[in-house]
Write a protein that binds this ligand. Structure first.
Ligand SMILES: NC(=O)c1ccc[n+]([C@@H]2O[C@H](COP(=O)([O-])OP(=O)(O)OC[C@H]3O[C@@H](n4cnc5c(N)ncnc54)[C@H](O)[C@@H]3O)[C@@H](O)[C@H]2O)c1
Length: 323
């Protein structure tokens, strides 16, 4: 097998590239470096600098490197930006995927793994979100991921490609400081950013119908997520490969914003009290995965907890932001 990882110089993609290489898989990366860094990649992983929107390049890369499987992570991922620029998000996330799938079909590649997101569910009012929970995304980013899943399954059926869609929940942490997320879009780096500026962490609403009144999420360590990709890649090359599979990738455990901020205070040594501000529109009180199907179909469960996520993310923050 030779796996093409699109977006492999990004936060999650670099973890996937490392996990697959460490497990003995041959990988190469395609990334336009709009948000990625070549330094994140192991030295022996070839990097092709280019876009998932460039069909000619994709066809050339698949042929020249004799690619036999694809892990597609390249995408734009900021919810707010997707609300302001929906056409760009549809063009890059859905258009890029369509272009890639055409190249995959033409090259006769039979294995395809797609980065989806819990954003496909929107804000369901359930205790645990299963893969059968109806999908109702509430922003263009989530819509592009749901449309992407439909496209992946349709192309899989049309061209006899085995496919897996992984719906990631809230990703945090780093397998090594140099692989850490450098963006400030998720809660862990956002709290680090506040503390670094000598400001109190913010909680958006403490009057939700949850035990401590703050929103509950399912946080997953990026190293566990990378191992889930490896498990999915192995499934795609094993006896159960045929057809399509869509699974949640979470821990199945809810952690409240207040609990998370408490852990961040312990890890950073800056436990100043958070300030409570108004609710943000669109925040669901609770979004926690059922992790049962991933365990059953991929033989994968997460092993790292929230403290591990926060400690490793903090080491990465200190490296990239100087503390
Ligand atoms: N981070 C999360 O919490 C999270 C949660 C759910 C799903 N996801 C999905 O996981 C994937 C990776 O996310 P990430 O957090 O690593 O983001 P990231 O921005 O760090 O990585 C994305 C990578 O893709 C590259 N890229 C973007 N558009 C491209 C294009 N058209 N052609 C080639 N390369 C392109 C970027 O340069 C970057 O290296 C995305 O598909 C994202 O939607 C992320």
């Amino acid at each position: 097998m030779t796996w093409l990882i699109t977006g492999g110089a990004g936060y999650i993609g670099a973890h996937v590239a490392r996990a697959m290489t460490d497990a003995g898989e041959r990988v190469l990366v395609l990334d336009d470096l709009s948000a990625g860094f070549p330094a994140r990649l192991p030295a022996d992983v070839p990097l092709v600098e280019g876009s998932a929107l460039d069909g000619d390049l994709l066809k050339r890369v698949c042929a020249e490197h004799a690619v036999t499987g694809v892990v597609h992570l390249a995408a734009r991922k900021q919810v707010g930006e997707s609300v302001a620029q929906p056409t760009r998000y549809y063009r890059e996330n859905v258009g890029g995927l369509a272009t890639l799938l055409e190249a995959v079909a033409e090259a006769g590649i039979k294995r395809f793994l797609f980065s989806s997101s819990a954003a496909v569910y929107g804000n369901p009012d359930v205790d645990l979100i299963t893969e059968d929970t109806p999908c109702a995304p509430v922003n263009p980013y989530g819509e592009t991921k749901l449309t992407g899943e439909w496209l992946v399954r349709a192309a899989g059926r049309a061209h006899d490609i085995s496919t897996v869609c992984l719906r990631y929940f809230n990703v945090a942490g780093a397998a090594a400081p140099e692989l850490a997320d450098t963006g400030v879009f998720n809660i862990v780096p956002m709290v680090f950013d506040r503390l670094t500026r000598d400001e109190a962490p913010r909680i958006f609403g403490d009057d939700y119908p949850t035990p401590d009144g703050t929103c509950i999420r399912d946080y997953i360590h990026v190293a566990d997520l990378a191992e889930a990709h490896l498990a999915a890649a192995r499934r795609l090359t094993g006896a159960d490969a045929s057809g399509d599979l869509t699974v949640n990738i979470g821990r199945g455990e809810g952690v409240s914003v207040r609990e998370l901020i408490t852990v961040i205070g312990e890890v950073t040594g800056d436990g100043r009290p958070a300030v409570v501000e108004a609710r943000r529109p669109g925040d669901a009180p609770r979004a926690v995965a059922s992790a049962a199907l991933a365990a059953e179909k991929l033989g994968w469960t997460a092993s790292r907890g929230v403290r591990d996520m926060v400690e490793s993310a903090w080491q990465g923050w200190l490296l990239h932001h100087g503390g």
